[in-house]
Design a protein. Sequence first.
Length: 143
Amino acid sequence: MYRRILVAVENSPADATILAHVSELARLTGAELLLVHVADGWAARNFDQLKLRESEEMKIDREYLEKVKADLQARGFAVETRLAMGDPATELIKVSEEQGVDLIAMSTHGHRLIGDILLGATADRVRHLVKVPVLLLRAQPVV
């Protein structure tokens, strides 16, 4: 069913929801996981054009990806990571096409109308512009 699942992670508590769900799905299907975080600060958005060094935020994001990868690998999962830079929706779509994934998994925050307009609608853009299924789970509060 699924062989390669792209999991969008934010480096926030919201990741616990999507990672818990997707790890069970990957166990059932034998899928590989591709963890993707999109750094979208000023340095990340201008990284290539201005030939910048990684910002402290990007270094922290890379460390986070490696930590999550190590945890999942210790539990027996095949995992790769990718730190993308730029607009989150654009980069997630690009990585999904380049890497040939057959499912994209993301958490959402449940914003309503104004929140989506003001805070962006990454999940909405992704689900409308990709050709593979998108699994959206509302992030649950960490208890």
